[in-house]
Unconditional design. Structure first.
Length: 297
C-alpha cells in the first residue's frame, strides 16, 4: 500500500495513511514520513487501537533518537507509567485515579495549555513529538497546532530583519511562572534559562520559522519589558486562526509534530470528571538550535 498525505488545513497538517505503525518503519517508509513532516509539520495517523509502549517506542525510534528523560514533576504518590521514555500526558495518577485539584503534577501540566514548543527550555530542544491517544474525554481536550514557518513568512520584511539575529532565553520558570506556579529553590536551580534563536532554519527543509514558546521569557541584550512585548506580539501573530489546526482526538490516534516548525497547546476539558490519557515519545534535535541560527547571536 502506498503512503499518502491528505491535507487537513490550508497551510499545514495532513493525515498520513498507508503505514502500519505497529511495525518499525523501513528506511524508505521513514524517509517518506520525514518528507511528509518537512512539508506538513503535523501528521495524523488514525488507528482503531492505541499503540503499545513498545510499538510507540519502535515507531518513534525509526525516525530519530529519543530525548533523554528530564526532571519531571511527579504526582504526589508517584509515577503512573512504567517507562521513563514515555511522557505521561494525562490528568491521572497511579491506579489511573484523577489527580486532585491541588496536585502539583496537575498544576504543572496545566501549562500545556499555553502555546509552546516541546523542550525549548533544553539547550538541545525536541525535534518530533508523537502523542498517542488512549482515553479521550467526551468534551473538550482538543490539541491546537500553529505553523511557525507560515507565521514567519507572513511577517513584514522590516520585522524579519529585526528579529533574524535575536536570541531568546527559555525556561519552565517563565512559562509555568506566568501561571503563578511556585517552584522550589532546587527547581529554580534546575530550570536555569537556555538560549535559543528567535528565528531558526529547518535542518532538512531549509525553511525559516519563528522559534516561539511560552517558555521564552527574555531576549538576550534587551530590557525585559520590551522583550516580553515583542514575544507576545510575535506569538499573537503566529497563533492567528489562519495558522492554526485544531485536532479532535479519537482513541488510537497518533499525532506527530515537528517542534522545529510548530507550536501547540492543549485545550481545557472537565478534568475533575473525565480521564484523558495520552502518551508521548519525543525525539531530540541532537544539536543545539542556536548553532543553526540564521546569523550568530
Ligand atoms: C504534549 C502537549 C497537549 C495536549 O504532549 O507535549 O503539550 O493536548 N500536549 O495534551
Ligand atoms: Mn507539549
Amino acid at each position: 500500500m502506498s503512503i499518502t498525505f491528505t491535507p487537513l488545513h490550508p497551510v499545514f497538517a495532513a493525515e498520513c495513511s498507508g503505514i502500519d505503525l505497529g511495525e518499525p518503519l523501513s528506511p524508505a517508509a521513514a524517509e517518506a514520513v520525514h518528507a511528509g513532516m518537512d512539508r506538513y509539520a503535523v501528521l495524523v495517523f488514525r488507528r482503531s487501537r492505541p499503540l503499545s509502549t513498545q510499538q510507540q517506542l519502535a515507531f518513534t525510534q525509526s525516525l530519530g533518537e529519543l530525548e533523554a528523560p528530564y526532571t519531571t514533576i511527579r504526582a504526589a504518590d508517584g509515577m503512573r507509567l512504567d517507562s521513563e521514555r514515555l511522557s505521561d500526558i494525562s490528568n491521572l495518577g497511579p491506579g489511573d485515579k484523577i489527580l486532585p485539584r491541588e496536585d502539583r503534577k496537575r498544576l504543572f501540566n496545566l501549562g500545556n495549555q499555553l502555546w509552546h514548543s516541546d523542550s525549548s527550555y533544553k539547550r538541545i530542544p525536541a525535534m518530533y513529538s508523537a502523542l498517542c491517544a488512549h482515553v479521550i474525554p467526551p468534551e473538550g481536550g482538543d490539541t491546537e497546532f500553529a505553523d511557525m514557518r507560515a507565521a514567519y513568512d507572513m511577517l513584514p520584511a522590516s520585522t524579519k530583519r529585526k528579529i533574524d539575529p535575536l536570541a531568546a532565553e527559555h525556561s519552565r520558570i517563565f512559562s509555568k511562572g506566568a501561571l503563578g506556579f511556585r517552584f522550589t529553590e532546587q527547581e529554580e536551580r534546575d530550570f536555569e534559562p537556555v538560549r535559543q534563536p528567535l528565528v531558526r532554519v529547518h535542518p532538512r527543509s531549509g525553511r525559516r520559522s519563528l522559534f516561539l514558546s511560552s517558555h521564552a521569557g527574555r531576549i538576550v541584550g534587551w530590557p525585559t519589558p520590551e522583550a516580553m512585548l515583542l514575544l507576545r506580539d510575535l506569538s499573537e501573530h503566529a497563533t492567528a486562526r489562519e495558522f492554526v489546526y485544531r485536532h479532535r482526538w479519537q482513541v488510537g490516534d497518533l499525532v506527530m509534530w515537528d517542534n522545529q516548525a510548530t507550536m501547540h497547546r492543549a485545550r481545557p476539558f472537565p478534568d475533575d470528571v473525565y480521564p484523558r490519557d495520552l502518551r508521548r515519545t519525543t525525539l531530540t534535535c541532537g544539536a543545539p538550535a542556536l548553532a543553526s541560527a540564521p546569523f550568530s547571536a
